[in-house]
Write a protein that binds this ligand. Structure first.
Ligand SMILES: [Zn+2]
Length: 361
């Protein structure tokens, strides 16, 4: 991987989104997108902590994400828009469109004096049977300038169909039931945990959730997403039930005293980073399931191509690689230096050096 930094944005007079110390800023609209410092008006792409932060005066988000946003941020001044609904603010027409990342995730479309920009936040690009049942799929939105993530922007990142991943999780769980030991699956508490719940075969045994996961399950159910029944781990009195159970817990629970109640258990991690065998091995996990809520390398290119944009700005993840690839393919590509990405997939990126990743399964 190259170590030279990508070309920094050359701000142009009529840019609809520019970089400010507080975050991405829309000058004609006078609002921010997913700002990392407190501002008066914030438009939020989704409720992950690196995009939705506390302390803003006013929030705007997609209506399906209202519950998860309030669950995570508490009482906030929040206005929501249905997907596709638009408002005009200081002459900027703003609308939100599904990003397919987690419940309520949105791409932000901005239109001003004939120019259209789309800030996509985090997204995944899935089609056919691979569509995530917990949120509507990514909707391609035509634009002049597309602002994209690049969390998994390396050619090694190519996801297997999700049915194969869920079949592998089910098989691991069944085998643990046969051996009378608990199945503890670490996964990010918001988004990934609910996608796992929607994808597994809940007839195998009871499903238990950590206290960080259960409030999000509730918000998903309230938003109309069908999830199997779950029980809060701390409410279980008969601990023998764990031996047949699947336990969903955030990565922070690994190695904590909270784990003692399960007795004999097998542990696993569901994350895109599990493509890197070293990431699993370093954590001493029994299994790693490669399941990501971000676009893989082909998915990033498909989403960018579907936008029709001739200018692309990359915000986080594998920025230099993506900028270079786009430039080589004839696009006007640049980077914004943002503070996104530290909550992606529930893990810090294990290694930026693809030569050290042992990928290939
Ligand atoms: Zn995210």
């Amino acid at each position: 991987m190259t170590t030279d930094s990508p070309p920094r944005i050359r701000e142009r007079r009529d840019d609809l989104v520019v970089l400010r110390p507080q975050g991405l800023y829309c000058p004609p609209g006078d609002f921010y997108i997913d700002p990392w410092r407190p501002v008066d008006r914030a438009v939020i792409t989704h409720a992950h902590g690196d995009h939705a932060r506390m302390g803003h005066g006013h929030y705007l988000s997609a209506a399906p994400g209202e519950g998860v946003l309030r669950t995570r941020l508490g009482p906030i001044d929040l206005q929501s828009l249905a997907y596709g609904e638009s408002i005009v603010h200081h002459g900027v027409r703003l609308s939100l469109h599904p990003a397919g990342h987690v419940l309520g995730s949105a791409q932000i479309r901005l239109e001003h004096e004939g120019r259209v920009w789309v800030a996509s936040g985090d997204y995944k690009f899935m089609t056919g049977p691979d569509v995530d049942p917990t949120c509507p799929p990514f909707e391609p939105v035509r634009c002049d300038v597309f602002i994209t993530e690049s969390t998994f922007g390396l050619p090694i990142y190519r996801w297997r169909p999700q049915r194969e991943i869920f079949a592998a999780i089910d098989a691991w769980w069944r085998s643990n039931v046969d051996n009378e030991r608990a199945s503890v699956l670490f996964c990010y508490a918001f988004g990934k945990a609910q996608r796992v719940l929607a994808g597994i075969d809940a007839s195998i045994g009871p499903v238990f959730c950590h206290g960080a996961v259960e409030p999000l399950n509730r918000a998903y159910r309230e938003a109309g997403v069908a999830l199997p029944a779950t029980t809060l781990v701390s409410e279980v009195t008969d601990k023998s039930l764990f031996r047949r159970g699947l336990v969903l817990a955030p990565p922070s629970a690994a190695g904590s005293t909270w784990m003692r109640r399960f007795g004999d258990y097998s542990d696993a991690f569901a994350s895109g980073w599990m493509l890197l065998r070293g990431a699993r091995r370093r954590r001493g996990l029994d299994r790693g399931f490669v399941l990501s809520d971000h676009a893989d390398w082909p998915g990033l290119h498909a989403a960018i191509a579907a936008s029709g944009a001739e200018r692309v700005i990359v915000t986080h993840g594998q920025v230099p690689v993506m900028v270079r690839w786009l430039s080589e393919n004839g696009l006007d590509a640049e980077a914004f230096e943002t503070e996104y990405g530290d909550e992606a997939e529930g893990l810090a990126e294990p290694s930026a050096d693809p030569a050290a990743t042992e990928a290939g399964t």
